[in-house]
Design a protein around this ligand. Structure first.
Ligand SMILES: Cc1cc2nc3c(=O)[nH]c(=O)nc-3n(C[C@H](O)[C@H](O)[C@H](O)COP(=O)(O)OP(=O)(O)OC[C@H]3O[C@@H](n4cnc5c(N)ncnc54)[C@H](O)[C@@H]3O)c2cc1C
Length: 191
């Protein structure tokens, strides 16, 4: 969070930032601003903390729909030099035999060379916990986990609230298959 002036630090919307998959970028978000403010404040008092980097994790509610993303979309991964494979799935937010189940659209992108998870986008109805579900891949990508690692995560389950294979893991199963068999989802114009 240092600038070219020794006694001036920068954080938040006025600062370029570090993206853990892309390197230098500009990603003005409240989540990033708060963490950078903490780093800048500590360093202003003589500390030597570094901002760990962002993944662009974000969520938006549009009427009854919620859309969330973390990491890279397919086209961004291509541009960044990865060899991406992407997969779409439509798992239910909780077990279908319990009333009120609704589908979530999951799009996961992984890197064919390393097997790493690179990005996830989710779209679902309000109440299907899309905002908190995106935090699972956000944590996995932060920790540089592979798609197979995501399948091993021990996540919570009870029928009214989820499934034994969490929706993110259902998406990861679909992606893991494509990483192995070589087929991949062709992204639409939105990538
Ligand atoms: C409508 C909207 C919705 C958003 N929703 C989200 C969201 O859902 N999630 C998310 O992560 N991010 C969201 N953001 C982005 C987030 O608000 C910003 O990234 C974050 O507030 C940036 O923090 P900051 O401290 O850098 O700047 P700011 O929060 O803009 O703070 C800058 C402060 O400096 C003050 N100031 C400016 N000039 C001077 C001056 N000359 N002297 C003294 N004070 C000055 C301003 O009044 C302001 O209080 C949203 C932004 C907008 C506009």
């Amino acid at each position: 969070m240092r600038t070219s002036l020794p006694d001036v630090l920068a954080a938040g919307d006025c600062a370029i930032t570090h993206h853990r998959l892309l390197g230098e970028t500009y990603l003005p978000l409240g989540t990033t601003a708060h963490k950078q403010g903490r780093v800048a404040g500590e360093n202003a008092l003589g500390g030597s903390r570094e901002f760990a980097g962002s993944l662009g994790t974000q969520v938006v509610k549009l009427f009854d729909l919620v859309a969330a993303r973390t990491g890279l979309r397919h086209t961004e991964a291509v541009a960044a030099g990865f060899e991406p494979v992407s997969a779409v799935a439509h798992p239910e937010d909780h077990k279908a035999y319990y009333p009120g189940a609704q589908a979530i659209e999951t799009r996961l992108t992984g890197d064919r060379r390393s097997g790493r998870l690179l990005g996830v986008q989710l779209l679902g109805r309000r109440g299907s916990e899309v905002a908190k579900r995106i935090d699972i891949p956000a944590t996995a990508i932060f920790a540089e986990m592979t798609v197979e690692d995501v399948l091993d995560l021990d996540l919570s389950y009870t029928p009214p609230l989820g499934s034994p294979w969490e929706a993110i893991q259902v998406g990861a199963q679909e992606l893991a298959r494509r990483l192995v068999d070589g087929s991949w989802y062709v992204p639409n114009a939105l990538g």
